[in-house]
Design a binder for this molecule. Structure first.
Ligand code: UD1
Length: 425
């Protein structure tokens, strides 16, 4: 059944909000459990639809998922891994591509439907394929499926043209029990990649250079790996969403469970916009206290791979700039087509124009509520934040996108005084 969110701009929000683990980490950790048998435990797992879909995909491949308690997953190899990832599941989430590396290195063959996920322009996988070819895999593409085969993979020296998140993850998991040494130069180094590296090392993998742009993986034997328990890194994009909600409503929030060190560049820019932030410790969690007493100031921002400003923050930043004082320019360097939600912001009265990779945002004092669509996860969350900055009622359709990546956004925002409800669509 389709559903909608109704948001009413009703003044400053205040209180505290706990941010759970990162979608873009947990889905990769789940895929990496395919490397070995036994039972893995993941904690700080967000309650989001993409986790359910990844669980269904793993079940199809031969790994059973249980959720014994909120935030906890148990993943157990059923002893019969079937390396065929079908279209119905793969087309729903981009992270399904992450099963390629573990399945290939474990089974020596994979049939994977081409991955789906958020629709923001072409998202090729050439770097995944050429990196695995350098390690000894052979690929063929037929009838919408990517088919890969190999004897045992071998180490290789790989240099990326661009630090792709997914390709870094696939190659480093594939290299865990390849023979010899694999070096991945100009790799991505997002906090979620560091989380996956730490997970693999705890399992028995030999990885150095963690957190840098050169990863070195010395292959180990499969029987040197063992299942582990792991706490998922906090979600910096959900964290930014609550900071943005506080900012546009001139509110005051304690955003807990997060790691500000993973978001340094964004927090610097938020400070430039006038957000007042200080470390806080509460109920056993660390985080940030944020206050936005005054109207935000405009800034210019360019998205870049980590440690730059993530492209996933961009819809939130553009929404904040829509109500800031002055003119801001946002430049997208990762996905040229990722401005679809701008039309929706315009329906709310935002003054935004786009050309090529750039958006020019002239701040207005207040947006005005209207019916809008969530085109993808992050754009959907930005519509919610925009609704908090709008006069009257904002009705958001397509909220199934938001549910893919946000753990109870409605409940969390309601608890800090926002007027937001979920209604049948
Ligand atoms: C991940 C995140 C996504 C985020 C993105 C960039 C997940 C599930 N998704 O996506 O939310 O927006 O990182 O931070 O973690 N590219 C190629 N060839 C390749 C691989 C990538 O050309 O083989 C290009 C892509 O088209 C894109 C850019 O590289 O323009 C970034 O892609 P990548 O870093 O791989 O992002 P994802 O892992 O897909």
């Amino acid at each position: 059944m389709s559903e909608k969110f109704v948001v009413r701009g009703s003044g400053p929000i205040s209180g505290s909000v706990y941010v759970p683990g990162a979608k873009n980490s947990v889905l990769k950790l789940m895929a990496a459990t395919l490397l070995t048998d036994g039972t893995f435990e993941l904690t700080n797992v967000p309650d989001i639809v993409d986790v359910t879909i990844m669980g269904e995909l793993l079940a199809e491949l031969g790994v059973e998922m249980l959720r014994p308690a909120p935030g906890q997953l148990l993943l157990t190899d059923t002893g019969d891994i079937n390396p065929v990832a079908p279209y119905e599941l793969v087309e729903k989430i981009r992270a399904s591509i992450n099963v390629l590396g573990p399945l290939l290195t474990r089974c020596g063959e994979v049939r994977l439907s081409m991955p789906g996920g958020d629709d923001f322009g072409a998202r090729p996988i050439d770097m995944h394929v050429s990196g695995l070819e350098a390690m000894g895999a052979e690929f063929k593409f037929s009838h919408g499926y990517l088919e890969a085969r190999c004897e045992r993979l071998h180490g290789a020296d790989i240099t990326f043209d661009f630090p792709s998140v997914g390709a870094t993850e696939n190659l480093m998991t594939a290299a865990v029990f390849a023979t010899g040494r694999t070096t991945i130069d100009n790799c991505a180094r997002e906090p979620e990649i560091t989380d996956l590296c730490n997970f693999l090392v705890a399992m028995g993998a030999n990885i150095s250079g963690i957190g840098t742009s050169t990863l070195v993986i010395e292959g180990v034997e499969r029987d040197e790996l063992h299942p582990i328990s792991h706490h998922t890194v906090p979600d910096r994009i959900q964290a930014a969403t609550y900071l943005a909600a506080a900012a546009v409503s001139n509110g005051e929030l304690d955003v807990l469970g997060i790691r500000p060190d993973d978001m340094t560049m964004l927090l610097d820019r938020f400070a430039d916009m006038g957000l007042q932030m200080s470390p806080v410790e509460m109920a056993g969690h660390t985080g940030l206290h944020v206050a936005a007493p005054d109207r935000l100031r405009s800034i210019d921002v360019a998205t870049l791979p980590y440690p730059g400003i993530a492209t996933d923050y961009k819809p939130l930043i553009i929404t904040m700039l829509s109500v800031a004082d002055g003119v801001g320019i946002v430049t997208e360097n990762l996905y040229p087509g990722r401005f679809r939600y701008v039309e929706e912001l315009q329906r709310l009265g935002a003054d935004v124009s786009t050309t090529g990779h750039h958006a020019v945002i002239r701040g207005v004092p207040r947006l005005s509520g209207a019916e809008v669509k969530a085109h993808d996860i992050r754009a959907g969350a930005a519509m919610v934040v925009a609704g908090l900055a709008a006069e009257g009622e904002t009705i958001i359709s397509g909220v199934h996108h938001i549910d893919r990546g946000y753990d109870d956004l409605v409940g969390r925002l309601s608890a800090v005084g926002a007027s937001i409800e979920r209604i049948p669509g």
